[in-house]
Design a protein around this ligand. Sequence first.
Ligand code: HEC
Length: 130
Amino acid sequence: MKTITRFRSALLLVLAPLACTLSLEACAAGDVAKGKDVFATECAECHSAREGKNKKGPSSFGIVGRKAATIADVEYSDALKSSGITWTPDKIDAYVTAPKKLVPGGKMKYDGLASAAERADLIAYLATLK
Ligand code: HEC
């Protein structure tokens, strides 16, 4: 059983980059299950996927398509409040790449996620939180 699981993981590791090479779309679409893992390691310290649950950062429930800084009981930075951002996948991608670049003066203390593939997986997962 273990061997099978290992084989499957190994196969996925080999196939995922291949899918990106063969079809940009397959790559850009992102993998929800992998994105959930990325969220757990990179974001869950400060963000919850549950509606109404704010931690150091606001709840990520319904984040895709939401206007920035609109959860009533969260103390956002002035920078984010006046940013005028709507969290489209593109904006989330830019923010997660370099939070301080998209929102200078914002208070998300996160250095950024360099891997475009991990960001695509993450955003695919975030889109399911609704
Ligand atoms: C160390 C804590 C921390 C980590 C780690 C973190 N965030 Fe944040 N996040 C925050 C804080 C605090 C804010 C509020 C920023 C502000 O007001 O300027 C925020 C805001 C956001 C917002 C805007 C929310 C809104 O309601 O407008 C998004 C989107 C977001 N974070 C996504 C992420 C993602 C995705 C990750 C993981 C890759 C992540 N964050 C990692 C603390 C964190």
